[in-house]
Design a protein around this ligand. Structure first.
Ligand code: SF4
Length: 424
């Protein structure tokens, strides 16, 4: 399997693009994690991977989206984006996740990539704006991997994404990116309506046949202004996804991303471990994209290195979260986030101004933390990579207190919404 995967990388991708990814994502990425570990040892902090939502606008209206996509457009402008990237680069970072809204609606997105060719970008996109012209530019720059979201079959996808024809346009963007030999990934927010369609060998085989080099199965999180509780996976279904990821990694010639487990299958939250934090379209520095609370901004006078190092809000977030769960705090313990916001006077970073109310309305449920039912990695490559580069960096050993953990599955069953679950 490893040979088949290596052969795919060598024969199906552009060699220059592959070399750039190996250098910037592989070598420099590992170096940035090494620097992160050394900082932690010195009692300092700066997240090695930064996510930036560069724009709030989007052409779609997906179920469960937490971004104010229909509000007046707001962007992280080119200058502010370049300044943020430069400050992170100075700390040794070499990888940035770009989100939106729909990032390709940002008028200067390509300039951000062009002007920062010494770092690597992963763009979370619906693929609709990947035209031949855009794909040719991305190939020329060589420092971008589009991660295109596919949410299910045509009917499911169009329902989840708010209008007809969405899947067709997404597949067109995907094919265009592949035609230009870009390193392309496909991601899915797995929920009740698409788990049977996409969490299976047939779908992964199809991705491999198309030339997709990596895939990522997120778990749908019913939070934000319109949490679709009826779409959320049960604990059993979440374990099914985890098992599928582990098996696919060990058997199929495609890379599978998973941001929520270490090599032994122990759950972790990449924001609680400090692996990553997020900058929103207004410049607010948030724990992660779905936790829309902040006390600091990239537009503050204070240099980013100081902000991350001294932010009491973020450091309290990491410690408080890690004390209570290894899972997703917004799914399991939204009350902790309300307490945290009150303690630090954190501002609601949305236009709708209802984040506290939304947190109050979250129905607590289990997330990736499935105590006693951990599923370890089967693949020795992933085991090794996670041991070195993706683990909790000591966070839970230091903070997690089992007596503070509350299992949401022991609560009264949540009231199910009356909305029907769309089936094939
Ligand atoms: S809080 Fe939840 S959504 Fe945010 S990074 Fe952690 S696990 Fe992911």
């Amino acid at each position: 399997m490893y040979l088949r995967l290596a052969k795919r990388f060598v024969t199906e991708t552009d060699k220059r693009l592959l070399a750039k990814a190996v250098w910037m994502l592989g070598v420099k990425g590992l170096l940035s994690i090494h620097k992160h570990k050394r900082r932690l040892k010195r009692g300092e902090f700066f997240p090695p991977f930064l996510y930036m939502s560069v724009i709030n606008s989007c052409n779609l209206r997906c179920q469960g989206c937490w971004v104010d996509v229909a509000e007046k457009q707001h962007r992280i402008e080119l200058e502010a984006a370049n300044k943020t990237i430069a400050q992170a680069k100075a700390m040794g970072n070499s990888f940035f996740g770009i989100l939106g809204g729909e990032p390709f609606m940002h008028k200067d997105l390509l300039k951000i990539f062009e002007q920062n060719r010494d770092v690597y970008f992963q763009v979370f996109t619906n693929g609709h704006f990947i035209t031949d012209e855009v794909a040719a530019k991305l190939r020329e720059y060589g420092n971008v991997t589009p991660l295109i979201s596919v949410e299910g079959s045509e009917i499911i996808s169009d329902t989840r994404r708010g209008r007809g024809g969405v899947l067709n346009q997404t597949m067109k963007g995907l094919e265009t990116a592949l035609k230009h030999n870009l390193l392309v990934g496909v991601c899915t927010s797995v929920c009740k309506s698409n788990i049977d369609d996409l969490v299976n060998d047939a779908w992964v085989n199809r991705l491999i046949d198309m030339g997709v080099m990596y895939c990522w199965f997120h778990i749908y999180r019913p939070v934000g202004p319109e949490p679709n509780q009826q779409l959320a996976l049960s604990s059993d279904e979440q374990r099914r996804v985890r098992q599928f990821v582990v098996d696919t990694r060990a058997t199929k010639p495609i890379v599978v991303i998973d941001a929520y487990h270490d090599d032994a299958g122990n759950a972790l939250c990449p924001a609680a471990t400090g692996f990553t934090h997020h900058v929103g379209p207004w410049g607010d520095i948030e724990p992660c994209p779905v936790i829309q609370l902040a006390t600091e901004s990239i537009h503050d006078e204070r240099p980013l290195a100081e902000t991350f190092n001294y932010s009491e809000f973020l450091s309290d977030f990491r410690e408080l979260t890690a004390q209570h769960t290894r899972g997703c705090v917004i799914m399991e313990r939204p009350d902790l986030l309300i307490d945290l916001a009150n303690k630090h006077g954190a501002r609601d970073t949305t236009v709708r101004g209802a984040v506290i109310k939304e947190l109050e309305n979250v129905v607590p449920r289990r997330s990736q933390f499935q105590p006693g039912q951990e599923i370890p990695e089967r693949s020795f490559v992933y085991r090794w990579a996670k041991r070195y580069a993706f683990n909790d960096f000591g966070t839970y050993t230091k903070h997690f207190d089992l007596s503070k953990y509350h299992d949401p599955d022991l609560d009264e069953p949540a009231l199910e919404s009356s909305l029907p679950v769309l089936q094939d």
